[in-house]
Design a protein around this ligand. Structure first.
Ligand code: EPU
Length: 348
């Protein structure tokens, strides 16, 4: 495994923004991952271990213009195994997420199809519990294998151990108390799928797609095709724009606050949650309440078909994105009183 120096991170993220990584390496096995983490631990400057950043597809992060003053570990371990008898699919962290979904659908295994065409890697999927069109990784995930960077041993997490929430899991929060670094690095994930699944078609966009295309009794592959086409029609082309998909989380507000908002904005979509709060569609708020759909500020803006998605032209800087983010936060706070939070990881 080679450790490179001063590598531009712009080409490793889908935002296509970001300065250099001080050190950079590609790992293709668990042994190489251990070697990389040891390098960071040993290369300490003034008593502090070098920080490390685990990179999958770079599709959910915004790297600062300064870059990352540490070791970037690019996960490239690839291997997928299907256990036919019990419908379990296991995959290494560096596999492309959508290759796994495609493989599951081609093999008649139900469970991941609504998560089709999400960019990124398998190892990143549990970290933020990726979700779309009525499905979340947490619904089918069986277990996760990871490197505990504190003890330098490999440990397994059951689904319950992962403490999944909306775009959330234990992997976002558990940190080494000494270094402040994320403690666990995911190396493989297993999914419990099924051959006798029921298609999830309740999501508004999915229902509308099948009605419009006069598809009755869709199959597993039809649903994957539908999701791919819906995403293509709503989300920017990654080859043209820099983007990390939805930039903010959909916020949750107390039921009383939602009722007040609904009075002012009767069409505001909201989804009641188990704890009594209501999840608000921020895309709607940015679009219809804040008039921010298609807003451009310099080289960055909100996508003209989905206001929750930020886009960047070639040559855009992270500083420009921060300004846009501040402006959107300000407008939402002013119009609704809601404080919004980024979904994308801000690095450096
Ligand atoms: N809406 C508008 N205007 C907009 C955007 C949305 O009026 O500009 C309305 C829509 O009409 C709809 C509601 O807002 O009534 C919600 O929009 P949508 O169904 O597109 O979903 P979302 O909440 O904006 C979430 C995920 C997406 C995921 C979609 C589909 C988050 C942060 N985002 O978006 O995930 O693809 O649902 O399930 O939860 C991502 O994480 O990067 C991502 C793209």
């Amino acid at each position: 495994m080679k450790i490179l120096e001063n590598i531009s991170l712009a080409k490793y993220t889908t935002f296509k923004i970001g300065g250099n990584a001080r050190f950079f390496c590609v790992v293709t096995s668990e042994d190489e991952l251990v070697e990389a983490v040891k390098f960071a631990k040993e290369k300490n400057t003034d008593g502090h271990a070098l920080p490390f950043l685990v990179l999958g597809g770079g599709s959910n992060m915004l790297v600062s213009d300064k870059g990352f003053n540490g070791l970037v570990i690019k996960m490239e371990m690839k291997n997928t195994v299907i256990n036919d008898e019990d419908s379990i699919m296991s995959s290494s962290a560096g596999e492309l997420w959508d290759s796994l979904v495609e493989c599951s659908v081609n093999n008649g295994l139900y469970g991941l199809e609504n998560l089709s065409a999400i960019p990124g890697t398998v190892g990143a999927a549990p970290v933020q519990n990726i979700g779309a069109y009525g499905a979340e990784v947490s619904q089918t995930l069986l277990d996760v294998r990871s490197l505990d960077t504190k003890s330098m041993t490999f440990v397994n997490f059951s689904n319950k151990d992962c403490k999944f929430g909306y775009r959330d899991s234990i992997f976002k929060h558990e940190r080494d108390s000494k270094t402040g670094q994320p403690r666990y690095i995911i190396t493989a994930v297993a999914f419990q799928l099924t051959r006798k699944g029921v298609l999830k078609m309740d999501y508004k966009d999915v229902k509308e797609y099948f009605e419009k295309n006069h598809v009755t009794g869709p199959t597993l592959s039809d649903l994957r095709k539908a999701i791919v086409e819906i995403r293509e029609s709503k989300l920017p082309d990654w080859k043209v724009w820099g983007t990390a998909g939805s930039f903010f989380k959909n916020p949750s507000v107390p039921a009383a606050q939602f009722a007040e908002l609904k009075n002012k904005f009767p069409d505001l979509p909201g989804f009641p949650e188990n704890d009594g709060s209501v999840k608000v569609s921020l895309g709607y708020v940015l679009d219809k309440v804040c008039d921010a759909k298609g807003l451009m500020m310099g080289n960055v803006g909100t996508y003209d078909k989905q206001a929750l998605v930020l886009i960047a032209k070639s040559g855009a800087t992270a500083a420009e994105v921060y300004s846009l983010v501040d402006e959107l936060k300000r407008r939402v706070k002013e119009k609704t009183g809601i404080v919004i939070e980024a979904e994308v990881d801000m690095i450096g």
